[in-house]
Design a protein around this ligand. Structure first.
Ligand code: IYR
Length: 221
């Protein structure tokens, strides 16, 4: 049966206000960089809960919200994650990455050492849920890949907007996250996001960014 319909309360803004908000938001988001050097300064559980709630507000296929966010601040768990991620990355950098991938990564200066997995006050791990057991029945997710991508994007944007730096880290393979965090079989690790403040001496690579003109076309131009 279709759900009852209720009024959609939506703030209607003027063109001038939209322009001003769009410009301000663009300036802020364009300044976001992936952080690989975190300070150990703590971030409250309260703020983390809110930025995750913002990610969780994302639209999803059939409104199933096919994701799990696991927020980790336990130092012992962070160490285990670092150790396991570095083991996989050592394989990646020394054997598994093909030469063109290593070349693509070169400007970023990344390697198999991942100290930030212990330094960042929080590691937020996203798991993708393709099906769930609800009251003894297997309930399927719809468009889980698209849905969790949207949730992850909104979470990353929320972090930046409230003043938290992030890194989108995808050690590969990352099944170890399920084992270390005790998640069930139907939760597939999707993204590992260290969250915190940049260390005072944090640097980021000075790299060219693809211009918007390369990513945006109007109509059939
Ligand atoms: N996951 C590896 C390699 C890596 C891959 C991509 I694609 C990047 O944009 C950056 C790094 C690592 O974290 O080192």
């Amino acid at each position: 049966m279709p759900a009852k319909k209720i009024a959609y309360t939506f703030p209607r803004r003027s063109e001038a206000e939209m322009q001003q908000r769009a410009a301000a938001l663009l300036e802020e988001m364009d300044a976001r960089r992936s952080c690989r050097n975190f300070s150990e300064e703590p971030v409250s559980r309260d703020v983390i809960e809110k930025v995750i709630a913002i990610g969780h507000s994302a639209p999803s296929g059939a409104n199933r919200k096919p994701w799990r966010f696991v927020a980790v601040d336990d130092p012992a768990l962070k160490s285990k994650i670092r150790f396991a991620a570095e083991a996989e990355e050592r394989e990646n950098y020394s054997r598994r990455f093909p030469p063109d991938w290593l070349e693509a990564l070169e400007p970023l200066g990344t390697d198999a050492d991942k100290p930030y997995l212990e330094m960042a006050p929080w590691l937020v791990v996203l798991f993708r849920i393709d099906w769930e057991e609800v009251e003894g029945k297997r309930v399927q997710s719809y468009y889980p890949a698209e849905s969790i991508g949207i949730a992850a994007g909104m979470f990353l944007m929320a972090c930046h907007q409230v003043g938290l730096a992030t890194l989108t880290h995808t050690p590969s393979p990352m099944k170890f996250l399920r084992d270390i965090l005790g998640r069930p079989d139907n939760e597939k690790p999707y993204l590992l996001v260290p969250v915190g403040f940049p260390a005072p001496d944090c640097t980021v690579p000075e790299i060219p960014k693809k211009p918007l003109t390369a990513a945006l076309k109007w109509n059939a131009e």
